[in-house]
Design a protein around this ligand. Structure first.
Ligand code: FE2
Ligand code: FE2
Length: 234
């Protein structure tokens, strides 16, 4: 942790916090609410139709259900914070760049789970220790599921890599998807991030998180005997 801040236990306790604290919480909650919903809509739900076997479909249904549930959890907190509904509507608020990838195949979905959900794990790691207890609680129930999603991605990529054709498709999907990832962590020297660290809502700078992510992503990909492409930082 780079900063210390006292615990804020409930939404009601926000009344005695500075407006800046409440605004920072609201921004974080809006971002998770929008992105969990949008990710479920553009990746997880369509992937059910791409899944090649009943077993893969069952697990993909479970993932889609959990991602929608993540949205529902963050949305309930957004409602408690009296965030106007349009602020968490993906049609009004632009979702993050990692969701802009036009996913068309099962190997692409497996790579997205392996890498984008690892990126999500890093974000949730900071929530686990944040000063706002309701967010910390959502982080605690969400984390095991995000870990399951990333492990699912890695397991199915491993499975696909057993054939030459599958291996080539996974490598192609990694090459195509990797450039979408660095932006997920936001700009270097971000003002929002500075505020989040001031109030112990995040532990790391965007650039530290991105660097940590890229080294973890690279080692997962290399553990499959594949290559992580050189990509420009955000
Ligand atoms: Fe999620
Ligand atoms: Fe996930």
């Amino acid at each position: 942790m780079t900063s210390e801040y006292h615990e804020v236990k409930t939404v009601a306790d926000l009344a005695s916090e500075p407006a800046e604290y409440r605004e920072a919480i609201t921004k974080i909650v809006i971002s998770h609410t929008v992105n969990e919903l949008y990710g479920a809509q553009v990746f997880d739900e369509p992937a059910i139709a791409l899944a090649p076997t009943p077993y893969a479909k069952w697990l993909t249904c479970r993932i889609a259900m959990e991602e929608y549930h993540h949205h529902v959890r963050f949305k309930a907190l957004a409602d408690d914070l009296q965030v106007p509904p349009e602020a968490t509507d993906p049609k009004q608020k632009r979702p993050l760049s990692i969701f802009g990838f036009p996913m068309k195949s099962w190997p692409e979905f497996c790579v997205i789970k392996m890498l984008a959900d690892l990126a999500e794990i890093l974000q949730v790691e900071d929530l686990l220790h944040c000063s706002f207890v309701p967010l910390r609680n959502i982080g605690r129930v969400t984390m095991p599921e995000e870990k399951f999603h990333a492990a699912f991605g890695k397991d199915f990529c491993t499975e696909l890599c057993k054939t030459e054709e599958g291996r080539a498709a996974v490598q192609r999907a990694i090459d195509d998807y990797a450039p979408y990832l660095p932006k997920f962590f936001g700009a270097a020297g971000s003002k929002n991030n500075e505020t989040y660290r001031k109030y112990a809502l995040k532990a790391r700078r965007n650039e530290q998180m991105r660097e940590d992510f890229l080294s973890r992503a690279r080692s997962v990909v290399e553990s499959l005997g594949l290559r992580f492409p050189e990509i420009a930082e955000a």
